[in-house]
Ligand binder design. Structure first.
Ligand code: ARG
Length: 458
């Protein structure tokens, strides 16, 4: 079929050039947004008297028919068209004859594609946000189910201080809450309509951009037509938000992978979210968590690719910008897939409280509390720190731990030690004493759970 833009040229392009130029294989997923946008455009043309009302109505009915047929499968997208915008116009003209050719009055594919993409991506943000909320629910489920379980907290991957398992997983809840907030913010800036910017400079027709924006659920219109058609900040911002979501999922995955190893044995993933080895019968592999960690790289790649594409583009539209879609589509698909698997994987995992506690009992994880004990008896912190270090060394030499070292040995280090020491360096006491806001005490964990619940309800 002849190109819709044939005129200045014959439109007879080389096959290889056609394939290279075409975006329909990936932009046809925006057909709903494209057709809905066109319906709003036609109704604006009618309302403003740019087209007779009857014609606008006939165009809208034609578009409705195309939408229904695409939805039902009665019509399929013609991949020979350059993009989804061309396909819809071609199909409309097939159905309505010359009337179909009037739809493109007072607009351009440049503002049309920017419109479609904003509408499509705001829908994706809503879906991703819902999936993040499900993940938050799974975190709450595990935190509440194992609220008082003690595990070692680490710095430098060395046992540092005892913490509650619930406190640990709630750290990820805080990250995901920030992700939700960032996505909300990104959606707010995205939700301005570029339609009516036309090719680059606006139009001579008496259009009403706000009418279209309102119909399509936008909060307003973009203020500069050149910016309206060439801005892809909303794609970059979204990719930035999604990169952070993936970074959080990846760090969590990394911990789950460690925790499921024999060396840790803190959790066991359910059979439905693990795989076996083709050769080693004993294996239960955390493939899902590894894939989430692995796919983080491709989302970062999408962000880097788009930033690089946009860098140095002059105003206004340039065909380079067609590259935006594969990057954002790949990222939203990847993030949705990862969240869809991550939330149930988390919810169905078994937490092995005893193993975590055992790990917390070794490694002199209460040495800070020993130092704090001496500080409370009047020793300056730095001296208490040094003395505690010497006591740890003495324990290692004797093959014992702080809880079991006899009082007379303690007293040979300092007369400040008394019988009350042992109640102060027990694991539970170490956790319960960390009452500072946001600390690991049970009361603090409960406050955090309430905070996440409030955020989810709001
Ligand atoms: N397929 C194009 C894209 O995705 C649509 C806009 C084309 N505009 C143009 N003037 N060639 O960017």
């Amino acid at each position: 079929m002849a190109k819709l833009w044939a005129g200045r040229t014959s439109g007879a392009t080389d096959r290889i050039a056609d394939d290279f130029n075409s975006s329909i294989s990936f932009d046809s997923r925006m057909y709903v947004q494209d057709i809905t946008g066109s319906m709003a455009h036609a109704s604006m043309l009618g309302a403003q008297g740019i087209l007779p009302q009857g014609e606008a109505e006939a165009i809208i009915a034609g578009l409705e028919g195309i939408l229904e047929d695409l939805n039902s499968g009665a019509l399929s997208v013609d991949l020979a068209c350059e993009d989804i915008h061309m396909f819809v116009e071609q199909e409309l003209t097939c159905r309505l004859g010359d009337l179909g050719k009037k739809l493109h009055t007072a607009r351009s594919r440049n503002d049309q594609v920017a419109l479609d993409l904003r509408m499509y991506l705001r829908g994706e943000i809503d879906e991703i946000s819902a999936l993040i909320r499900e993940t938050l629910e799974a975190i709450l489920f595990q935190a509440e189910g194992h609220k008082a379980a003690i595990m070692p907290g680490y710095t430098h991957m060395q046992r540092a201080q005892p913490i509650l398992f619930s406190h640990h997983v709630l750290a990820y809840a805080m990250m995901l809450l920030r992700d939700l907030d960032r996505l909300r913010d990104c959606r707010r800036r995205m939700n301005l309509s570029p339609i009516g910017c036309c090719a680059l400079a606006g139009t001579t027709y008496p259009t009403d951009r706000r009418f279209e924006a309102e119909r399509l659920g936008f909060d307003g219109v973009t203020a500069n037509s050149l910016d309206g058609v060439s801005d892809r900040d909303f794609c970059v911002e979204l990719l930035g938000c999604l990169s952070l979501v993936m970074m959080h999922l990846s760090r969590f995955s990394e911990e789950l992978i460690l925790w499921t190893s024999w060396e840790f044995g803190f959790v066991e993933l359910s059979d439905s979210f693990t795989t076996g080895s083709s050769i080693m019968p004993q294996k239960k592999n955390p493939d899902m968590a590894e894939l989430v960690r692995g796919k983080t790289g491709r989302v970062y790649g999408d962000l880097t690719a788009l930033l690089t594409t946009l860098k140095g583009l002059p105003l206004a539209y340039n065909k380079d910008m067609q590259e935006d879609k594969e990057a954002v589509f790949d990222a939203v698909d990847t993030v949705k897939m990862c969240l869809r698997v991550f939330a149930p994987m988390l919810r169905t995992m078994t937490v092995k409280e005893e193993a975590m506690k055992r790990a917390a009992q070794g490694g002199f994880i209460n040495a800070t509390d020993l130092a704090d004990y001496l500080v409370k008896k009047g020793l300056p912190f730095r001296s208490a720190y040094q003395l505690s270090g010497q006591i740890v060394a003495a324990c290692i030499a004797r093959g014992t731990v702080l809880e079991k070292l006899p009082l007379d040995v303690y007293q040979s280090f300092s007369p400040l030690f008394g019988e009350d020491l042992y109640s102060q360096i027990g694991l539970s006491a170490c956790v319960e004493k960390r009452i500072s806001e946001g600390g690991t005490s049970l009361a603090s964990v409960e406050a955090q759970i309430a905070l996440v619940r409030r955020a989810l309800a709001g």
